[in-house]
Design a protein around this ligand. Structure first.
Ligand code: GTP
Ligand code: MG
Length: 363
């Protein structure tokens, strides 16, 4: 869609959102390990209950079928059932090898497995031959994070012996992470290292898919706002609509869509909570507010002003979405979105001042 175009309806906004979602490259994570090691729990803790419903966690019999796929537009997990007592080790290894080979043979690298989370449960205090062979021969050490799960019920001596054994078998120390489901710091570590290891193209979708690391989301939000406001600057003159028309440009709608995806707002939430306020209310009030903020404003906005408006808008939407993401992490309902005019005007004034003083606010 033309960048300078105005968004004149919710349907247009929806189209922009769909296009942006399609353009994100989704990473694939294979999660492996013996049955009951906490694999499915880990996916749920890192990506939320929308991804894995509570009844998928098995508290008695083995829960996950051989290779189960969990997919959203932002991430794909292959959740594998591990070796169980009674299974033939060779058969299990060759089944896993075949699965990995098949996936890696897909024509598009987007469908390949990009990273492996291999789970070994801490209280088991064992690294089996089959664990070792999967990590070293089938998956490859560079892309395999070994997670020592159930760290909350693991004795230090159990954790230390698993770690030193793995290191003696060539697993790099920084690829071994003790985790427990109720320790957000340990889960955050998994998020950070996964983010670091993923190929560049898949990093953004991963940061959007995970629900835990607000810090990583914030960094990406700044990049999204920076690029939108830079684009608004270079996209030249933007027509200022009459006071009844929406003022959201495609650039701003893209920015808002990306921020919404980043903070876990799906299309429905974006369309019902954010878009109507931004599209109508903001359109109306923003035009009159701008007339006050920009002396001598005619019926056009310069690229410079458009850029500052985009940035001020982005910051406000970002801080709302961040709070909503934290609330939902804490099990609270999301507030409705209210546009704070005084905050918008303050940010606008500060940015205009810096701009006039020659401070480069576009980076
Ligand atoms: N103490 C403790 N228990 C955990 C932790 N993570 C998972 N569990 C429990 O371990 C059991 C198995 O968890 P799942 O997530 O279903 O394990 P899985 O690896 O997916 O099992 P399969 O699907 O059978 O291969 C459940 O009772 C979980 O509640 C943890 O960090 N600490
Ligand atoms: Mg499972």
């Amino acid at each position: 869609m033309n960048e300078q175009k105005m968004i004149s309806s919710i349907e247009d906004f929806q189209l922009v959102y769909d296009e942006e979602l399609k353009s994100l490259k989704r990473p694939t994570v294979l999660i492996c390990g013996y049955t009951g090691t906490g694999k499915t729990t880990l996916i749920q803790k890192i990506c939320g209950e929308d991804m894995v419903p509570e009844d998928e966690i098995a508290h008695d019999a083995p829960g996950t079928k051989v290779f189960k796929e969990y997919t959203t537009p932002l991430i794909r997990f292959w959740d594998s059932r591990g070796l169980e007592p009674g299974d033939e080790e060779e058969e299990f290894l060759s089944r896993t090898r075949d699965f990995v080979r098949n996936v890696q043979r897909s024509e598009s690298v987007d469908d390949h497995i990009h990273i492996v989370w291999y789970c070994i449960q801490g209280p088991g205090a064992r690294v089996t031959k089959s664990d070792e062979r999967l990590i070293n021969e089938i998956f490859g050490k560079e892309n395999t994070l070994v997670l020592i799960t159930k760290n909350d019920i693991t004795k230090p001596i159990q954790r230390d012996s698993i770690t030193s054994y793995l290191i003696s078998k060539g697993v790099p120390e920084d690829m071994i992470i003790p985790v427990s489901e109720d320790d957000p710091d340990s889960l955050n570590m998994v998020v950070q290292i996964t983010h670091k290891l993923l190929p560049e193209a898949y990093k953004d979708a991963f940061i959007s898919a995970q629900i835990l690391s607000i810090v990583e989301k914030k960094e990406l939000a700044s990049t999204i706002i920076d690029s939108a406001s830079t684009l608004a600057l270079t996209s030249g003159w933007v027509p200022l609509p009459n006071t009844n028309a929406p003022i959201i440009s495609v650039i701003q709608a893209k920015m808002i869509s990306n921020l919404a995806m980043l903070y876990g707002f799906d299309k429905k939430e974006l369309m019902t909570i954010l878009a109507p306020t931004l599209g109508r209310l903001v359109g109306k009030q923003l035009a009159s507010s701008l007339a006050k903020l920009i002396p001598g404003l005619g019926n056009m906005i310069s690229g410079g002003h458009a850029s500052i408006i985009t940035r001020a808008l982005g910051r406000q939407v970002q801080s709302y979405l961040e709070k909503a993401a934290i609330d939902s992490l804490e099990g609270k309902p999301k507030d409705s979105f209210k546009f704070e005019w005084s905050e918008f005007e303050n940010i606008f004034q500060v940015l205009i001042k810096s701009y006039k003083e020659g401070i480069n606010i576009f980076k």
